[in-house]
Design a protein. Structure first.
Lengths: 343, 364
């Protein structure tokens, strides 16, 4: 027999009762009153500062039986397990829950990291066209419009990637009169080249840079990095034709290092197929990484250069090959003057 | 007899006491933190329920502890409801608003923006009411719970109106709004058969509120005087002396401005809660709250320091520390007739305080 305190849930008045375990029920008695509660109706309640055991009933919300903590052993067979961490955790146990949860969390993080790579190829290029066009349009008068120069620039793209500028989803390339070394792939298959990348390189090195950007476009790395940086909402914004990011942000979107490596190996292949010497590209990369930082900062930010990247281009040099110039002399001259303003 | 005397006397003999200890709470804090991390935050609701179950059970009122009966599941569902209600707001701010701006429909964009903003303030007030109602309905003592029959829709409107009025006066009349709202909130609440009664007014709180405006203004005036003084000195001195003095002075002004306003706000809230508790009653029970501005400051700085020193783990103790602080400074006077205290007949809300969670407002 155990002495206990009973609250009936009707008033706050406490009743002193005696408790006996009879079969699978609790028998409660007072001087002139008795009641029996089946074990199925009882639930354990955490509380009472650890010095008391508190029982409730599933059918009567305020009903509470407060027992001394020693009663635990006697009542144990009657009571179910204590709700500890919440039923869904208790069901599998704390440690298994932590392990399963840890694995799921890690996978979600991993999927979050990889998802842009999977989604990007399925985003219709037409969604991005307006966005890229608007960004190029934003540069306005800075765009270099010399017709012959433009032809030469497109010819250079065609030289490394035959057919790339043709068709409705063809690559559109534009030169910009901005005094900073940079070249970037934009959404919608646009590639922009800043003036110093044309005037302070030779056409072989520029061919290497363009091949690299063409690879970014073809592999949908731009869309991928857009999704990576702006979140999945980027898709809806692309569809709506307004990314909500300015030209500067888009031009300096950064790629993952594996995307960079992939674009490099594509570019090396393109140069090989086009029979263009890869060494000038290697020299350019080497030079840029040593150059005064403010000059090439933008390029380096989105295309982190390392010695190994230059080396990969250098290694692809074949001493047996009979390399051809990337552009004819006339084309080269026209390209050099692409930003010349008509007088 | 069944009447319990509940007069505050020496420590340990008080009507309401907190008996928890941080060591006893440690296993709860640690497993809660681990489970929250491993479930991408979903366990948050169950963690909150466990924390409250502990804190309530270690809060003794007269002869028995409080009991928290809310569950993680109901708080999770409360959260899901809020997500559904707030989704249109999110979609608007994320997509529709920039799209309207981009299409040159700025008038339409800001019109909808204003409407949504008003709706959010309304929901904020509603949330605050519902949180208090939910907490009372899940708090048991002697097998009796609290609650309210008021769904809180009107309170949301009153909240919106009073906040709008005080915003129009640059919050100069905020004490008036805050005290009236306290009354509306608490007068709608009950415990068992007993109705809460609150009659708070701004009397005695106005000077402290004025200080929030006066202290930064005073700091600005002081700096202007110092500035002129130093410039005057500069005419007679050579070298970096005046410039260094100017630098130090600006630092002092900035500190006064950024520390002065929060400190004065805290100073006001300390007085507000002391007064609010003293004019709120439940049946024959009266309340008192004795935390001073310095004690509040100690609580907040302690919370910050704890989080920094433990590299963030201390965050799991903020709820514990805040609750212990409230209970330790709360006094209850008068007596309860337990045989007259019948079960609450108020409707127990099914959904939890998701709204308050979403708007990040406390219940009290």
């Amino acid at each position: 027999m155990i002495e206990a305190r009973l609250y009936d849930g009707v008033t706050a008045h406490p009743h002193d009762v005696r408790v006996n375990v009879v079969g699978d029920a609790l028998q409660l008695t007072q001087d002139d009153w008795a009641d029996s509660v089946g074990a199925a109706l009882l639930k354990r309640i955490d509380g009472g500062g650890g010095s008391t055991l508190r029982l409730g009933r599933t059918d009567l919300p305020g009903w509470r039986l407060v027992l001394p903590v020693g009663a635990d052993d006697e009542l144990k067979p009657l009571l179910g397990r204590e709700d500890k961490y919440g039923r869904w955790i208790d069901r599998i146990g704390l440690v298994p829950a932590l392990i399963t949860g840890g694995i799921i969390t890690a996978s979600v993080v991993a999927i979050g990291y990889l998802a842009p790579h999977w989604i990007a190829p399925h985003v219709p290029m037409s969604w991005e066209r307006n966005v890229g066009g608007a960004i190029v349009g934003d540069f306005g008068d800075l765009r270099c419009r010399d017709a012959k120069g433009q032809q030469a620039l497109e010819a250079l793209v065609e030289r490394v990637a035959p057919g790339a500028t043709k068709g409705p989803t063809g690559i559109k390339v534009a030169a910009l009169d901005v005094r900073m070394f940079n070249a970037a792939a934009l959404p919608g298959g646009y590639i922009v080249v800043f003036k110093p990348a044309i005037t302070e390189t030779n056409s072989e090195a520029l061919a290497g840079v363009l091949a690299h950007e063409v690879a970014h476009v073809r592999r949908r790395h731009v869309t991928e990095s857009l999704i990576r940086e702006l979140g999945i909402g980027a898709l809806i914004r692309l569809f709506a034709g307004n990314v909500g990011a300015n030209a500067d942000q888009i031009v300096s979107l950064s790629y993952t290092s594996s995307n960079e490596a992939q674009a490099d190996s594509d570019a090396i292949e393109m140069l090989e197929r086009a029979n263009i010497d890869p060494r000038p590209t290697a020299q350019l990369f080497q030079r840029l990484s040593k150059e005064a930082p403010e000059f090439s900062a933008a390029f380096l930010r989105s295309h982190p250069l390392s010695a190994s990247r230059a080396l990969n281009f250098a290694k692809s040099f074949d001493p047996q090959a009979r390399y051809q110039p990337a552009l004819s002399r006339d084309q080269g001259d026209a390209l050099f003057d692409i930003c010349r303003k008509l007088q | 007899m069944d009447a319990f005397a509940a007069a505050p006397a020496a420590e340990g003999d008080r009507a309401i006491r907190f008996t928890g200890s941080w060591r006893e709470y440690l296993p709860i804090a640690a497993t809660n933190a681990l489970l929250i991390i491993c479930t991408l935050g979903i366990y948050r609701f169950w963690a909150a329920a466990r924390q409250r179950r502990y804190l309530w059970s270690r809060t003794e009122f007269i002869d028995d502890s409080l009991e928290w009966t809310g569950t993680g599941k109901e708080m999770f569902f409360g959260f899901l409801i809020v997500v559904c209600v707030l989704a249109p707001f999110f979609l608007f701010f994320q997509f529709l608003f920039p799209a309207l701006i981009a299409r040159g429909k700025a008038d339409a964009a800001f019109g909808i923006f204003t409407l949504f903003y008003i709706a959010l303030i309304y929901l904020g007030g509603f949330a605050r009411f519902r949180a208090l109602r939910y907490r009372l309905s899940r708090t048991y003592w002697h097998g009796i719970r609290g609650g309210s029959d008021d769904p809180g829709w009107n309170y949301g409107g009153e909240y919106l109106g009073r906040i709008a009025l005080s915003a129009m006066t640059m919050f100069i009349v905020f004490p008036w709004a805050a005290t009236r709202l306290w009354n509306s909130r608490w007068n709608a609440m009950s415990f068992g058969p007993l109705q809460f009664k609150a009659s708070l007014d701004a009397e005695g709180l106005k000077l402290r509120w004025a200080l929030i405006y006066l202290v930064p203004m005073g700091a600005a005036a002081l700096s202007a005087i110092l500035f002129i003084g130093i410039l005057g000195l500069g005419n007679h001195q050579v070298g970096s002396g005046p410039m260094a003095g100017l630098g130090v002075m600006f630092l002092v002004v900035i500190l006064l401005f950024y520390i002065g306003i929060p400190l004065m706000t805290l100073n006001w809230y300390a007085a507000y809660y002391r007064k609010a508790a003293s004019v709120t009653s439940l049946g024959e029970l009266e309340f008192g709250f004795d935390a001073t501005t310095l004690q509040w400051l100690g609580l907040f700085l302690g919370n910050l320091a704890l989080a920094v020193v433990t590299l963030g783990f201390g965050l799991t103790y903020w709820g514990y520390r805040n609750w212990a602080f409230m209970v330790r400074h709360l006094h209850v006077y008068g007596h309860v007739d337990v045989s007259q205290m019948t079960q609450s007949t108020t409707h127990a809300p099914r959904e939890a305080e998701g709204f308050a969670d979403a708007f990040d407002v406390g219940a009290i």
